[in-house]
Design a protein around this ligand. Structure first.
Ligand code: ATP
Length: 264
């Protein structure tokens, strides 16, 4: 995480407040739309219930996602304002580890936003960013809103698309086009989580470094081994397990009466 902040290290929710400050700053730079702040709040609520940790089912999904990215012929990392604001360096590292191309894809293509996101990615080390301005010249019928506009060198021809913090319509559209869709979403009930091929139920800030590490670890694996990791993964089961963990944690907290420990 970069940038100055004004939160005391002792504050029990220092990290969460630091992230909020980081996001607020990115509203000023146009990287993040106001709606992105609301989306973040929804994610935070689920993270609180999850216990703000990476769970075992999330780790399994990270392994399957790494295998899918390594197996893809033409993987693309779709970047929206929230992800660009939260982990630009990790997106670049994931590009370096997988060779997947980076493409900006936004619900709200407000003037200057795509360029602001491109700048953040380039400052983090990206060499090429697809989907900016006129480059998003193709249109996919399966998706509504500005998100249907894609780069003909990117999402349009991709066989696997990484869409962290996505909305359900687009995820469903991409799956209908026959693409393998990988997402990170703290809400196991969101339509994105349900439609995606592989959903990592975790905070993008925690999951991205783990995903990069896992891709590096699996790099020497054969195609058969990678295929086996994907076929052994069930998104349905992963989501059920995430919900079960949330339920169990709420139950345990309600019985113990401990409400001040985020990591109970
Ligand atoms: P859907 O259309 O898929 O039902 P939605 O309407 O909630 O979901 P958005 O608000 O566009 O979709 O997407 C935000 C999603 O990202 C939410 O499901 C939210 O829980 C999740 N989210 C927000 N911040 C984070 C984060 N830091 N890490 C992981 N997930 C997050």
């Amino acid at each position: 995480m970069t940038g100055e902040h004004h939160v005391s290290e002792e504050h029990p929710r220092a990290e969460s407040i630091r992230i909020r400050e980081q996001l607020t700053r990115q509203v000023e730079t146009k990287v993040l739309a106001l709606a992105g702040l609301i989306a973040h709040g929804r994610g935070e609520a689920f993270d609180y219930i999850l216990g703000e940790r990476t769970t075992l089912p999330a780790m399994r999904a990270i392994t399957a996602a790494s295998a899918a990215l390594l197996l893809a012929e033409y993987p693309v990392l779709s970047v929206n304002g929230n992800v660009a604001a939260l982990c630009p360096r990790e997106l670049v590292e994931l590009w370096e580890a997988t060779g997947a191309r980076l493409e900006v894809n936004l619900f709200h293509r407000l003037p200057g936003r795509e360029e602001a996101i491109e700048r953040v990615l380039k400052d983090a080390g990206a060499r090429e960013v697809l989907g900016v301005g006129d480059a998003a010249s193709a249109s996919i019928d399966e998706v509504s809103s500005d998100r249907r506009r894609v780069d003909p060198r990117g999402i349009l021809v991709a066989d696997a698309v990484f869409v962290p913090l996505e909305d359900g319509d687009r995820t469903e559209g991409l799956v209908r086009m026959g693409k393998r869709v990988i997402t990170i979403d703290l809400n196991p009930m969101s339509r994105t989580a349900q439609f995606a091929t592989i959903t990592i139920v975790d905070n993008v800030v925690r999951a991205m470094p783990l995903l990069i590490k896992e891709v590096e670890r699996l790099k020497g694996s054969s195609r058969n081994e990678l295929e086996a990791l994907i076929s052994g993964f069930s998104n349905r089961e992963a989501l059920s397990e995430a919900l079960k963990l949330m339920k169990e944690r709420l139950q345990s907290l309600s019985e113990k009466g401990v409400f001040i420990q985020p990591h109970g």
